[in-house]
Ligand binder design. Structure first.
Ligand SMILES: [Fe+2]
Length: 406
């Protein structure tokens, strides 16, 4: 798949601006959280959350680890991830930043037990980290290897900004100007449930363009597809909610065993963040309950709910390859929600992990691929080659789906 060069090809000067822009968003999002939660930003210990002070410290630590402290930063994907590092700046205050913020070494549950620096120190560390990153960027070669870790740190910060949006939704925090912008109502000619018809085709999966790529995207290979009918746009609430009204959350017939297990464990009776409102539904947005717009893409659905709707509707989730083929269609609409697919997140042929070893390889565990992007996704991260890989029970994320003819 060849895409035009975009954020993945940002040059040195543009990268400097992008890194500062990403930081402005990070600080804006967490300022909103601090306003709602207080400067210590305590959050309950849950699988889908991280302590906000840990997230902030981790963003700075990640950039330091791969750039300021990394003697092989100039080698890009050929760099030795184990190259010895100098101590982090926090060592001057008697703190071991690696023991606090290395996501590969600090188990998730332990992050709530750490003696983390307070907000003022954390923000000062973040600023110092950005200053050093920009200093090293100024010295870097304007080449793909020379800029690799700067682009990685940029996209990493963008991903954590999106996670902050998920956290705010879970906690019911309003984000003010940093809230994701809702999709625009489709033009009056748009027909809900419209399908694309694709002839049998061959699609190439695997990135082969210039610039930055995540390791799990690499490995071009072709996949042959039979003829296909697939939704032109993600399934809307108008299409999803009749499943709820028909008692779909009470009928095990529609659910996979894992899905029904989730449904029973959580006692879910309807999509998360929805409640009945008059003759319709209200949804929670920015900590407020607002009337649901039926034309909007159904969102905050997990993979089990997407699959159950499909079985009820006589449809199925598309594979990753089908999604990619459809995304090239003239009338395709998307990138409004993450979309669950029927494909497992697996390495493409020839997979070689990049220096950040834990980006992909630990997660080849059977979880599904999501394609697309959500309203909370940074424009820099939006790319049809991007493969997301949340666990199937996650419904705090801005995920929905589109369906294919069974
Ligand atoms: Fe991270």
């Amino acid at each position: 798949m060849v895409e035009p060069c975009d954020a993945r090809c940002l040059t040195r000067t543009a990268l400097a601006s992008a890194l500062q822009e990403a930081r402005t968003r990070t600080l804006g999002l967490y300022a909103a959280c601090a306003q709602a939660l207080g400067p210590a930003m305590p959050v309950p210990q849950r699988d889908e959350l991280n302590p906000p002070l840990w997230e902030l410290g981790h963003i700075g630590w990640f950039a330091d680890w791969w750039i300021a402290r990394h003697p092989e930063r100039h080698r890009g994907t050929a760099a030795d991830p184990q190259a010895p590092r100098r101590p982090a700046r926090q060592a001057r205050r008697g703190l071991d930043a690696d023991a606090l913020y290395d996501s590969s070494q600090v188990p998730h549950a332990r992050r709530w037990q750490l003696a983390l620096p307070d907000l003022d120190h954390t923000l000062a560390d973040l600023q110092a980290s950005l200053d050093e990153t920009l200093h090293w960027l100024d010295q870097a070669d304007d080449t793909d290897p020379g800029l690799y870790f700067f682009r990685l740190a940029l996209f990493h910060e963008d991903m954590h900004a999106e996670a902050a949006v998920h956290m705010a939704q879970t906690l019911g925090i309003g984000l003010g100007p940093w809230a994701p912008q809702a999709a625009a109502e489709p033009a009056s000619g748009g027909r809900d449930g419209a399908e694309l018809t694709l002839d049998a085709t061959t699609v190439t999966l695997g990135w082969q363009g210039p610039g930055f790529a995540f390791d799990n995207e690499l490995g071009p290979h072709t996949v042959h597809l039979p003829a296909l009918r697939i939704d032109a746009a993600p399934v809307s609430w108008a299409r999803f909610l009749p499943f709820v009204a028909a008692g779909g959350y009470h009928e095990p017939l529609w659910w996979t065993p894992a899905g029904w297990d989730w449904r029973c464990r959580t006692a879910a009776r309807q999509p998360r963040f929805l409640r009945p409102h008059g003759d319709g539904w209200a949804c929670q947005q920015q900590g407020q309950w607002v009337a649901l717009q039926p034309w909007q893409p159904a969102v905050h659905l997990n993979a089990h709910e997407a699959q159950a709707w499909c079985r009820w509707a006589g449809r199925r989730l598309p594979t990753e390859a089908e999604w990619m083929a459809a995304a090239c269609h003239r009338d395709w609409q998307g990138m409004t929600v993450w979309e669950w697919t029927a494909s497992r997140f697996e390495p493409f042929p020839g997979f070689q992990p990049h220096p950040y070893r834990d980006y992909s390889a630990p997660w080849f565990d059977g979880r599904p691929v999501l394609k697309g992007a959500s309203a909370a996704t940074s424009p820099r991260l939006r790319h049809r080659a991007y493969r997301n890989f949340y666990t199937p029970e996650r419904n705090d994320i801005l995920a929905g789906f589109r369906s294919a003819a069974a």
